[in-house]
Design a protein around this ligand. Structure first.
Ligand code: MIC
Ligand code: SF4
Length: 755
């Protein structure tokens, strides 16, 4: 069944005309990215938008939210006075299911323990006209790819891996809940016109190399910051040689290079996928405007002229990569892993191999991994490491079960977890993790920040393709290279694994009994949305206070964070996910993972009120009680990782006023602005060193706060001396209004007569 076919047909009817206008405006051939962006403008453009500079208003076609972020997004939406969502929107219950025993048991536990939250999301969806995907239906990005993504479309999602839909030729962008709230309320959505990175793929993957290795390689090349502010467009014969779901993997993990999103031109792999997932009508419609759903030929013939940066990769020569530990961009080709592990002292005994997740659980991935499991059985090998499989959706799970793959995994001791994020988001009750022993795991997920999967900071987590994960789990050794090495089987013989084979799509077609979808009520106006005042998991939101109209004086330094400070460090997931709908409760995890520059400890900062060291939330709550504002100082790429706006709302709620860093990750910077915080960057990064532990800080220039005009921060040191520091910001006029009103939502509420 194809959802929202009318909407897609309307987009396609208008697209050629809009693209023609854009081509005239820019006076040159267009990339696919530009075609999609310019055909989704809020108002017709009068001139080309400057990339990396101009803020532009867009009209995305749809919104998707996962349960851990949807709660806050919808709590915000409920306060803005609308009756129904303005664009098709969906909610997906995937993040709150803990992987412990196996799929059915774990799902039942989740349904019971999250009942209050699921009931809230289901009733709020019913009330405001959103599609609701129940727990067990699958991970948001797989479900979107299977049901909603369409070539040439534009969507936003409250999850940083929303770019998975780029595998089906969309511009799909991860955002915070407040952005989703704007679009659901019928307002345009603002984005700085992205820069363009072109990745030219030639040749064809072969042997052990997979789409995952492409993005692992790209991550190594661009690093976790290299894609910031840019959309990555893949093209060339190499791109058409990759399956649609493989393209999804590349788009998905593009979040790890900080890219706004990634996309691919419409091709036959996408057509095959659309038809296989019951959307022949969309494939037919897309075929009708094919040339508009990919970049112009002149662009791909001469990419350097049209992209800000071009990267070349010959897939025929690509070898598998393993990235990690602790950062997804630390890329090591498999042939160099032995040396790298020895040089760095990485523990090489592999404890667990985990396949699946939103980025690597397609039928193709599973069938190829299962092929290796079959080989292991046939060659009399036993898997030396534990092995787990997390299917991305019920559609895939049902189909692979029918086709016997789940049985195959069982033969090498594999455990199948629920169709959910599970271990990827730290919802993994891994036995013994609390002992905090040094150990190694490898998975086919996206993220491997410290403590991410099992809460143990001493777990060395590496990322590889499902095929490499499976081979290494069989070997039980991080340095096993299946391309060259042999293994000793149960009979003492030396055997070698052959390169895996599999199927792009199920030869017998996809099948499912209950995909887990609940359509909203025709008229939801009488549906009651319940939030109990006693709830520990849900809390209705109070608007944040407006700016007081003066410069900020006397702020205390709360923490100067040292090194990597991702959204996991600012607002940890795992056990804290249960408070994602309760701002006050979740605020107790604020910055507890960040390293304090002055003592190198986590969750230990000096209170300027008592001189004692205490946990970050405790110290901040004591400032709040005294009505004293505070400031957080950070390093490069602050807020990297997730879209979770809790990382911005918690400091806002607890009274932090300013976040001053060397640089921000895109989504987090926007989240701070949306919540009425002041996010600024050092003009001179060395000034980071001037911030001292007992500083009292003033922010000067706010009464003349204007786009492009730097502000001044005065750091008043304990010894009476002070430093004046120039700080930059990227607030435009609209965003300055958010700051003044106390949040973007306060502005919307005013516009809708709610405040
Ligand atoms: C992630 O992969 O980190 C998450 C969990 O999916 C997050 C969303 C969240 O924190 O709820 C993301 O990527 O945005
Ligand atoms: Fe879930 Fe992991 Fe995908 Fe995030 S990256 S949506 S946590 S499976």
């Amino acid at each position: 069944m194809a959802f929202d076919l009318d909407l897609i047909q309307k987009v396609y009817a208008e697209m050629p005309g809009k693209i023609q206008i854009a081509r005239q405006l820019l006076g040159r051939p267009l990339t696919l990215t530009e075609k999609i962006l310019y055909s989704h403008l809020d108002k017709p453009a009068t001139a080309a938008y400057e990339r990396g500079k101009a803020y532009v208003d867009f009209r995305p076609d749809r919104v998707a939210m996962q349960d851990a972020t949807a709660q806050m997004a919808l709590l915000q939406f409920m306060t803005c006075g609308r009756d129904k969502v303005a664009v098709p929107s969906t909610v997906h219950c995937d993040h709150l299911i803990q992987a412990k025993v196996e799929a059915d048991k774990d799902l039942q536990v989740a349904v019971d323990s999250n009942k209050e939250v699921y009931d809230f999301l289901s009733s709020v969806s019913d009330r405001y006209g959103l599609g609701f995907w129940k727990a067990g239906a699958g991970i948001i990005h797989q479900v979107v790819l299977e049901n909603y993504a369409f070539p040439g479309g534009m969507m936003i999602g409250t999850d940083s891996h929303t770019p998975n839909a780029g595998g089906l030729g969309m511009i799909a962008i991860g955002v915070g809940g407040a952005d989703a709230c704007d679009v659901m309320a019928g307002l345009p959505w603002e984005l700085k016109m992205p820069k363009l990175i072109g990745v030219h793929l030639t040749g064809k993957l072969n042997g052990w190399a997979t789409p995952k290795d492409i993005i692992l390689w790209v991550a190594g090349k661009l690093t976790v910051k290299g894609g910031t502010g840019a959309i990555v467009e893949y093209f060339g014969e190499g791109a058409s040689n990759i399956s649609c779901t493989g393209k999804g993997t590349i788009g998905n993990m593009g979040a790890e290079i900080g890219a706004t999103t990634s996309t691919f031109g419409y091709d036959e792999s996408m057509e095959r996928y659309l038809r296989a997932t019951g959307r022949a009508a969309i494939a037919d419609a897309a075929n009708g405007i094919k040339e508009h759903l990919t970049g112009d030929p002149e662009v791909y013939a001469n990419p350097a002229q049209y992209f800000d940066q071009v990267i070349e990769l010959d897939l025929s020569t690509l070898e598998p990569y393993i990235n990690g530990p602790f950062s997804p961009d630390l890329a090591t080709p498999i042939s160099k892993m032995k040396d790298a592990a020895a040089a760095n002292g990485w523990p090489v005994k592999l404890e667990v191999g985990l396949i699946g997740s939103c980025t690597n659980s397609s039928y193709e991935d599973i069938s190829r991994a299962a092929n290796l499991a079959e080989q292991a059985v046939a060659k009399n090998l036993k898997a030396k490491a534990a092995y787990t499989i997390t299917p991305g959706s019920e559609l895939v799970r049902f189909t692979i079960e029918r086709d016997g793959y789940i049985d195959t995994f069982g033969k090498i001791g594999g455990t199948v977890f629920a169709n959910a994020c599970g271990p990827c988001i730290g919802m993994w009750a891994r036995e013994g993790a609390d002992k905090k022993e040094k150990n190694t795991i490898i998975h086919s997920f996206n993220r491997n920040f410290a403590a991410r999967q099992d809460g143990n900071p001493n777990t060395y987590a590496f990322v590889g393709s499902p095929e490499i994960v499976t081979a290494l789990a069989i070997a039980g050794d991080l340095t096993f290279n299946p391309l060259t090495d042999t293994l000793t089987n149960e009979a003492g013989e030396q055997v070698k694994l052959d390169a895996p084979t599999g199927y792009e799509l199920p030869p017998k077609g996809f099948d499912v009994e209950d995909a887990g979808f609940q359509a909203p009520a025709e008229d939801g106006s009488s549906v009651e949305v319940k939030v109990s005042l006693e709830s520990q998991r849900l809390q209705l939101l109070e608007p944040f206070p407006a700016w007081e109209g003066t410069d900020l004086k006397g702020l205390k330094l709360l923490i100067k964070a040292k090194g990597k400070c991702t959204t996991d460090h600012i607002s940890m997931a795992g056990p804290w996910l249960k408070f994602r709908g309760h701002l006050d409760n979740i605020s107790n995890n604020m910055l507890i993972g960040a390293t304090n520059f002055f003592n190198e400890k986590t969750n230990s900062v000096k209170s300027q009120l008592t001189g004692d060291y205490a946990g970050v939330p405790d110290v901040q709550r004591s400032y709040k009680a005294e009505n004293i504002g505070s400031i957080v100082v950070g390093d490069e790429n602050y807020g990297e990782g997730s879209s979770r706006e809790h990382a911005a709302m918690e400091p806002r709620h607890l009274g932090v006023r300013v976040v001053l860093v060397k640089s921000f990750a895109r989504i987090h910077e926007t989240n701070l602005k949306k919540q009425g915080m002041l996010g600024v960057t050092f003009n001179n990064n060395d000034d980071y060193d001037k911030i001292q532990e007992d500083d009292t800080i003033d922010v000067i220039g706010l009464t003349e706060f204007a786009p492009g005009v730097p502000l001044t921060i005065v750091a008043n040191h304990k010894d009476g001396s002070k430093d004046e520091i120039v700080v930059n910001h990227t607030y435009n006029a609209q965003q300055i209004e958010w700051f003044k009103a106390g949040s973007a939502l306060n502005v919307i509420r005013k516009d809708f007569g709610m405040a």
